[in-house]
Design a protein around this ligand. Structure first.
Ligand code: TA6
Length: 274
């Protein structure tokens, strides 16, 4: 079940009647999910590196214990996506659904960056639906606060044909201008978009030229919508210059004011079903 690339990079490959998936042990990073007789749901850069210590460009990077770069002691989007996770149980729940569990605990290295004891568990169910549950448990004797995101890159046929519905009326921070706005209509793309929506509880619909994708989140009231467009895409690592045409990120998050304080021996779970 565990495969290795020539450079030793390890991943798990899952195949059942409903779907196939590939998950790297580094970052418990789901980088491929494809339902039977459909095109892949997740986008993966063909310029992405599969090297230890470098986040894969695409799929679902786990941003944890921080989203963005608000904590100067931590790398952008935290350290969870570039460290090795433990692969736990793999269960065939039925012929259409495989469940995998990954875990990450604090270490001497992690405590030098973020001085708390923790257990993070990722459960992925691969089937006709993709489900991801990211559970953080505070194993320390003091409270800690996290921000996090399932930073999902969705494969689209052409970004200019994409609309995102379900965020109408929601307030958002424009990360490019640091201004706050309210979303009026569905979201369309004709320039760089980097927005953190708050108060989100509804289903989000990604409409592409040839399919509609419904996202349902729980444990999360913030959603990040991002496409780098031309100039930022040209500056991004692991991306070819025209990659911006092929994906949009809709990220199930606890970001900015949706940060979560977790008390000792308590947990918080963010859940995505798509
Ligand atoms: O989620 C949007 C964002 O914060 C963008 O600002 C952009 O930086 C993107 O994440 C990718 O970040 P990364 O660290 O993966 O290059």
């Amino acid at each position: 079940m565990i495969k290795k690339l020539q450079n030793g990079f390890e991943y798990v490959e899952i195949s059942n009647k409903a779907a196939i998936a590939k998950i790297a042990l580094q970052g418990a990073h789901l980088f491929h999910y494809e339902r039977s007789s459909e095109i892949p749901l997740l986008w993966l850069s063909d310029a992405s590196k599969f090297e230890l210590g470098t986040a894969i460009r695409g799929g679902v990077p786990i941003c944890w214990p921080s989203f963005g770069n608000n904590n100067p002691k931590l790398p952008q989007h935290g350290f969870a996506r570039t460290v090795m996770w433990q692969l736990g149980e793999i269960q065939e729940l039925d012929e259409d659904t495989t469940q995998l569990r990954f875990s990450l605990e604090d270490s001497k290295e992690s405590r030098e960056l973020w001085d708390y004891k923790f257990l993070v568990e990722l459960t992925i169910r691969v089937g006709k639906t993709l489900e991801m549950e990211l559970k953080t448990t505070n194993c320390d004797n003091v409270p800690f606060t996290i921000t996090q995101a399932l930073h999902t890159y969705f494969n689209v046929s052409a970004i200019e044909d994409v609309t995102i519905e379900g965020l109408e009326g929601k307030k958002y921070l424009d990360a490019l201008t640091l201004q706050h706005h309210t979303q009026v209509d569905e979201i369309r793309f004709s320039q760089e978009v980097d927005r953190v929506y708050q108060g989100v509880e509804d289903t989000i619909i990604l409409k592409d030229a040839n399919r509609e994708i419904e996202l349902k989140n729980s444990g999360s009231k913030s959603v990040v919508v991002w496409n780098p467009w031309i100039d930022k895409c040209a500056r991004m690592s692991g991306m070819k210059p025209d990659a911006y045409k092929e994906f949009v990120c809709i990220e199930s998050a606890n970001a900015y004011e949706d940060k979560r304080e977790i008390l000792p021996n308590k947990s918080h779970t963010i859940h995505l079903s798509v």
